[in-house]
Ligand binder design. Structure first.
Ligand code: CP
Length: 315
């Protein structure tokens, strides 16, 4: 594998799962692969899980790691092409990216949607400049439209907790006070669509995800109906794709609570975290034995390590 920016980069779901379960069992068995190799992790946006799990995954493989929070610990970076740089950003990505590439063997980059333009966000302006100019493999640690490391961990978690070959997996929109990107939801749908799971997406009208991600995935606008018989409930807020970046609803009627979970087939509750308690999900649900958000987050280390292993084997 050269770069990892979407499910399209892995050799296949079955093969990727095999690698993930192998590294989970044999965490320190592949340190020879990363010896004298360095990973730089570049953050344009905040992180807890991605930063720590990816760094830990690289260290498990024997790599050295360096973390850079853009703007706080580096120059502010310009990403627009052809601009007159007389503003507050002294460095352009066109120089910064190949320079960073000189100091490492793999680059991880997190660059969220900016919500200024749907076209810019959906063209993955920053992430794709890294892929183009880094000269070394690039791992998406969440771009404007996808969060593939998260989705890979979600997949591993469902595989671990499923009790039937074809579980019903429901992705439900939930309210949030701020406008969030569609990346986690897009990516979750993209990865789940590669499985045989019975996938249903439920959200209020106006929150339809981009057709390129949804394809023929089932949408059920009645959240309670969607929850019926579900084996996994994955909650996530996203802002509107059609009315791009807007909050169309803050309806707490969409919060995942005990009453709705009672409609499911004793479903496990999932969320990528961070999560707003009693907005996205009630305390009662996230604190219940059916909540698997912590093992789900733990699998971030596993899948980051699987991805890095596949990249290192190809260097
Ligand atoms: N789920 C996730 O990506 O968490 P962080 O934003 O804390 O990295």
């Amino acid at each position: 594998m050269k770069n990892f920016t979407s499910v399209k980069d892995i050799p296949g779901i079955e093969e990727a799962l095999k690698v993930a379960f192998d590294v989970k069992k044999n965490k320190f068995a592949y340190q020879h692969l990363g010896k004298n190799k360095t990973m730089v992790l570049i953050f344009f946006n905040s992180s807890l899980r991605t930063r720590l799990s990816t760094q830990k995954a690289a260290m498990n493989l024997g790599m050295n790691t360096m973390v850079l929070n853009v703007g706080e610990e580096s120059w502010q970076m310009e990403s627009e092409l052809g601009v007159i740089m007389d503003g507050d950003k002294p460095e352009h990505l066109l120089e910064a990216i190949p320079v960073i590439g000189q100091y490492c063997d793999v680059i991880g980059v997190r660059a969220f949607a900016k919500f200024k333009s749907r076209e810019d966000d959906y063209s993955e302006k920053i992430l794709n400049q890294f892929v183009k100019y880094a000269g070394v493999p690039v791992v998406s640690m969440e771009g404007a439209t996808r969060h593939p490391l998260q989705s890979f961990a979600d997949l591993v978690t469902i595989e671990e907790y499923k009790t039937k070959p074809r579980p019903k997996v429901v992705l439900t929109w939930a309210p949030h006070p701020r406008a969030l990107p569609q990346a986690v939801a897009n990516s979750f749908v993209e990865w789940m669509s590669k499985t045989d799971y019975d996938l249903v997406v439920t959200h209020p009208k106006g929150y339809e995800l981009a057709p390129e991600f949804m394809g023929n995935v089932k949408v059920e606008y009645d959240q309670k109906k969607a929850f019926e018989g579900a084996d996994f409930i994955y909650a996530k807020n996203w802002s509107s794709y059609t009315s791009y970046g807007q909050i169309l609803s803050k309806d707490f009627g969409w919060t995942v609570n005990e009453e709705k979970m009672a409609l499911t087939n004793n479903a496990k509750f999932m969320h990528c975290l961070p999560v707003r308690r009693n907005v996205v999900v009630s305390d009662g649900v996230i604190d219940s034995p059916n909540s698997i958000v912590v093992p789900q987050a733990a699998n971030r280390e596993v899948t980051a390590q699987a991805v890095l292993k596949m990249i290192l084997e190809n260097l």
